[in-house]
Design a protein around this ligand. Structure first.
Ligand code: GLU
Length: 292
């Protein structure tokens, strides 16, 4: 199904270039490793003809994780559920990596059909892509070393070294609202940030609480790290789509069904881990994006 959208992709790329030129800077738009070539090679397999190429995270345990040929996590399971409702069997799905800074580009240039990758719905992103959902609402938080009593929230970051990911709302919010006196290091993925935190070269990692909880729960960090537990944003996870799409309504209907039939609850229980509880005032989501 990617072929049908190539022309739209070219038009959108031009629009994106104009947006970038208007914004200046543009440092976040550099191509990242992984992702597009794999998507171009495959995705057309499957018994029913055309397949579906879905962008996910590869390094976020409990959300999107690649281990060998296995893909696990809440985003992956939601993607499979939605794909099935759209008429795709599991063997028609090709998962490809969508790092935070690359998501809009992958949708614009047709490398992926949709993205399930802890992808917050924002007005800025809607200039370039469309969203269905949300299917989950997280909150930005901080991860610190277990013995750290100084950092209780974003206002305690003065003089600290903070790590986050390029192209994320997490890094952007810190720059917009809290950066004064904080040294922000930006990597391509949160797993790299957490390695630096455990090694002592950064003081805190910031992104969504559910992502931090999944990373901290890995056996190699047992007893070493803790999520502060003081969320300071609402991150509504949407299904990223190209602006030209005819699936937004069907995806919203599939998400509603997933919530109504109890699958959403099951998938959270299976993936979120015992140290994380979704905010019950915001989950499961009750209001979806209006599709264009
Ligand atoms: N949900 C935030 C975002 O979409 C942070 C997590 C991420 O980078 O995937 O930017």
């Amino acid at each position: 199904m990617r072929g049908t959208r190539k022309a739209a992709g070219v038009a959108l790329t031009l629009a994106a270039a104009l947006t970038l030129a208007a914004c200046g800077g543009g440092g976040e738009e550099e191509p990242a490793a992984g992702g597009d070539t794999a998507a171009e090679e495959g995705g057309e397999g499957g018994a029913g003809g055309e397949g579906l190429t879905i962008g996910i995270k590869f390094d976020q345990p409990g959300l999107g994780l690649k281990e060998g040929d296995e893909y696990t996590g809440f985003d992956v399971d939601v993607a499979k559920y939605v794909a099935e409702k759209l008429g795709y069997s599991e063997d028609q799905i090709e998962f490809t990596e969508a790092v935070s800074a690359q998501r809009e580009t992958l949708l614009e240039n047709g490398s992926v059909d949709m993205i399930f990758a802890t992808y917050s719905i924002t007005d800025d992103r809607k200039e370039r892509v469309a969203f269905a959902g949300p299917y989950f609402v997280a909150g930005q938080d901080l991860l610190v070393r277990a013995d750290d009593e100084d950092i209780q929230g974003p206002e305690d970051l003065e003089g600290k070294i903070l790590c986050s990911v390029s192209g994320s709302t997490s890094a952007q919010r810190v720059k917009d609202e809290y950066a004064a006196g904080t040294q922000l290091q930006e990597y391509q993925g949160y797993s790299e940030c957490v390695e630096s935190l455990a090694a002592g070269t950064v003081d805190a990692v910031t992104t969504d609480d559910i992502i931090l909880a999944g990373l901290a729960a890995q056996p190699q960090y047992e007893g070493q790290l803790k999520v502060v537990g003081n969320p300071f944003s609402e991150e509504r996870y949407g299904v990223g789509l190209p602006q030209e799409n005819d699936q937004c309504e069907d995806i919203n209907a599939a998400i509603q069904e997933m919530i109504d039939d109890g699958t959403w609850e099951e998938l959270i229980a299976k993936n979120a881990g015992e140290n994380y509880t979704p905010d019950p005032d915001l989950n499961p989501p009750t209001e979806f994006e209006a599709c264009a």
